[in-house]
Design a protein around this ligand. Structure first.
Ligand code: SAM
Length: 192
């Protein structure tokens, strides 16, 4: 396996380790609200196809080699840089959101609204890290099925998820979230 693929899988492993304790908490904590639709769950599964299953097949077999493309070496370097940035943003967002993290549009019993740390600047750092990851994936996995498909599948998921999640947060936290939306950008820092 080449260096770029190794970096991709190292990033994936680190993100899984970061998420592990919060996933355990999610399984055992009661929810008071569940809003993810079947459409969103299907999009989430297709995202796993583009970011996990096809990259695995590409990395351990030669079945997808017919769809390879080749970029200059320095672009691989940019890919490594972007992946490191994505993992750092992802890690920081998990540290700040703590036990309020859920994989779906859900509200826990005793859910608190986080507006500190990285959430002080942007409302969706985890999704921001996902955008950066998708760009890195195109540069690291140079194959039309294992690389750019991740980004193509993330776009519809992101549009649906953010709209629903912000509506749920507004319904739950009311003016507090409305003010928070006024102060912050979605995935980019808001310029005053
Ligand atoms: C996968 S997490 C993503 C969180 C956030 N959108 C992000 O990109 O960092 C989705 C869940 O996090 C929770 N959540 C989102 N924003 C939050 C906030 N500011 N404070 C507390 N919980 C939040 C909601 O319960 C939502 O269902």
């Amino acid at each position: 396996m080449g260096l770029l693929k190794i970096v991709y899988w190292a990033g994936m492993l680190i993100e899984m380790i970061i998420r592990w304790p919060l996933r355990k908490n999610w399984r055992k904590t009661p929810k008071v609200e569940k809003r993810s639709t079947l459409q969103e769950k299907i999009l989430l599964q297709s995202l796993a196809l583009g970011m996990l299953y096809l990259p695995v097949i590409y990395s351990v077999t030669d079945w997808l080699d017919f769809a390879d493309y080749h970029l200059p070496g320095w672009m691989g370097g940019v890919g490594i840089y972007l992946l490191v940035c994505a993992v750092i943003i992802f890690g920081r967002a998990h540290v700040d959101l703590k036990k309020n993290w859920t994989p779906y549009q859900e509200i826990y019993q005793g859910h608190t609204m986080v507006t500190t740390g990285i959430y002080r600047y942007i409302r969706h750092p985890m999704y921001a890290s996902q955008w950066v990851w998708c760009l890195a994936q195109i540069l690291l996995l140079q194959n039309w099925l294992a690389g750019p498909l991740g980004l193509l599948l993330f776009i519809p998921f992101y549009r649906l998820r953010v709209k629903g999640e912000e509506k749920m947060m507004l319904d739950t936290f009311g003016n507090k979230y409305k003010d928070y939306m006024r102060r912050t950008g979605s995935i980019f820092i808001k310029m005053k």
